[in-house]
Design a protein around this ligand. Structure first.
Ligand SMILES: [Fe+2]
Length: 191
């Protein structure tokens, strides 16, 4: 299913967070060890199993706290809502609530890097036909929330579905048909 898991680290303190933990913990754990990361949080972008199947296992390996949106059905150590900030060393990661793919979908933004889970992919967006999905909410999350972020924000999606693994918001707004749609009707017509 081409899931991406991510590790982000503050270079000075080596404090870090993992974003999503789908299928395997080994590669993520080894990568964190190689860079001597102190992983504080394991954050779920949303509750779908391919993103959180090993969330508890990975947080146990790191001695980290699990994090999910307050509406999540997951049981996590920390519940967050839109606007909350998670501190990693001197860095702050802002939680952006972006319902649509699921009710509990969040994106994470550190001022430069934007982790979008299944809300926004390179060249497409997440599906809305699963429980908790809403096409109207996803349209609003993309067009009234994410597209207002700086154009140089680099999108890191939850799956490797695009022609490149990541791209800037400005580039994506020129090419992604779900962002180019001028209104909800056009958005609903995108394949
Ligand atoms: Fe998903």
């Amino acid at each position: 299913m081409k899931n991406f898991d991510y590790l982000i680290m503050d270079d000075v303190s080596k404090e870090a967070a993992a974003i999503d933990s789908g299928w395997e913990t080994g590669p993520v754990f080894r990568a964190a060890q190689e860079d001597r990361m102190k992983v504080k949080y394991v954050i779920a972008t949303h509750g779908h199993y391919d993103h959180v199947e090993t969330l508890g296992e990975l947080s146990g390996m790191f001695g980290a706290q699990t994090v999910a949106h307050e509406s999540s059905e997951l049981s996590t150590d920390i519940r967050v809502r839109g606007g909350d900030e998670l501190k990693i060393g001197v860095a702050s990661i802002r939680v952006i609530h972006t319902p649509g793919h699921t009710r509990d979908s969040i994106c994470l933004f550190d001022g430069k890097n934007l982790f979008t889970g299944d809300t926004l992919f390179i060249g497409n967006c997440g599906r809305t036909d699963l429980p908790g999905g809403s096409t109207i909410e996803l349209f609003q999350s993309l067009h009234s929330v994410l597209m207002l972020l700086p154009g140089d924000a680099i999108i890191y999606p939850g799956h490797d579905y695009g022609e490149v693994p990541s791209r800037t918001m400005a580039e994506e707004m020129k090419t992604n048909p779900t962002l180019l749609a001028r209104d909800l009707n056009e958005f609903m017509g995108v394949e």
